[in-house]
Design a protein around this ligand. Structure first.
Ligand SMILES: [Zn+2]
Length: 286
């Protein structure tokens, strides 16, 4: 019972926390956030994570009761914190492939062929059936590598602009940025646990101090470290793409996407450089 409560709490907390960066970018406009959410994806993620987290919590509690040993306790906590990053980097891409719109979209087909000629190692191009002005790369396993294209991208961008951004996503996949992010996410989660084991204030210090310590350690390890790495990798993918499609074409594509997304790329985000920083970087390094 304790395990199920912990599992559901952790998975619910994860859903809430993961909403904040996007909500912040949308200036905390709830209506806009609602339009962009993929409820089916979120619901399924919540159910799977609740089950996995409950099971591993149960394992953790059982292991520490059956064999009271600090090492086993430590290992089971590490397994538990590894679940969320593992789910989003490994399992979720397969879900996206499975539920991708089945009818052959001609435009997607066209871009799939284009990606195949540029990068013959299988990368699937999938339409994101939502009003999202963006493209994403996801997946770290072979055959699970995907580029997702938001619907407005196909409507509002020119051929050369779409090529620029596909090249950016191919850069992420080719340089294994997602694998790097996954490993760093895992290490950061482990670091969080280790710091907690080593430095957490004693129980007598009071719940408030303990919660404050946990929050500072958690936010610095699991949010700041991966976000700064992601920022760096964005620059890498920009450089990869600009070297292939040409600096001028790439800069023009960035400006156009910013226009289409109503200036969203100039907004500050921890894990993303702003538009002018990206352009300056591309100009300096290509
Ligand atoms: Zn990127």
């Amino acid at each position: 019972m304790k395990a199920i409560i912990l599992g559901i709490t952790l998975s619910t907390a994860f859903e809430f926390i993961s909403l904040f960066p996007l909500w912040g970018l949308l200036s905390f406009n709830f209506k806009k956030l609602w339009e962009r959410l993929d409820l089916r994806l979120m619901g399924l993620r919540w159910i799977i994570l609740s089950i996995l987290l409950s099971f591993f919590s149960w394992l953790m509690f059982s292991l520490t009761t059956w064999y009271p040993s600090e090492i086993l306790g430590g290992i089971s906590v590490l397994l538990l914190v590894a679940i969320i990053p593992s789910y989003s980097f490994i399992l979720e891409p397969f879900y996206l492939l499975l539920f991708a719109p089945k009818e052959k979209d001609q435009e997607i087909e066209h871009w799939q062929n284009w990606v195949n000629t540029v990068q013959p190692n299988k990368i699937s191009v999938v339409l994101l059936n939502k009003e999202i002005n963006n493209l994403y790369a996801t997946g770290i396993l072979p055959f699970g590598k995907i580029i997702l294209i938001g619907k407005p991208i196909l409507k509002e961008l020119e051929e050369s602009e779409i090529q620029s951004f596909l090249m950016h996503e191919i850069g992420h996949l080719k340089e294994n940025h997602l694998l790097i992010l996954y490993v760093v996410n895992l290490l950061a989660a482990f670091l969080c646990v280790i710091l907690h084991l080593l430095f957490a204030p004693p129980h007598e210090a009071g719940a408030l101090i303990n919660v404050a310590f946990g929050t500072v350690v958690g936010v610095s390890c699991m949010l700041i470290i991966p976000s700064l790495l992601q920022r760096f990798l964005e620059y890498r993918a920009d450089r990869f793409a600009a070297q292939r499609v040409g600096q001028a074409t790439y800069v023009q594509a960035l400006n156009k996407l910013n226009e289409v997304s109503k200036g969203m790329m100039e907004k500050w985000a921890l894990n993303y450089p702003r538009l002018h920083q990206r352009i300056a970087h591309v100009r300096k390094h290509t």
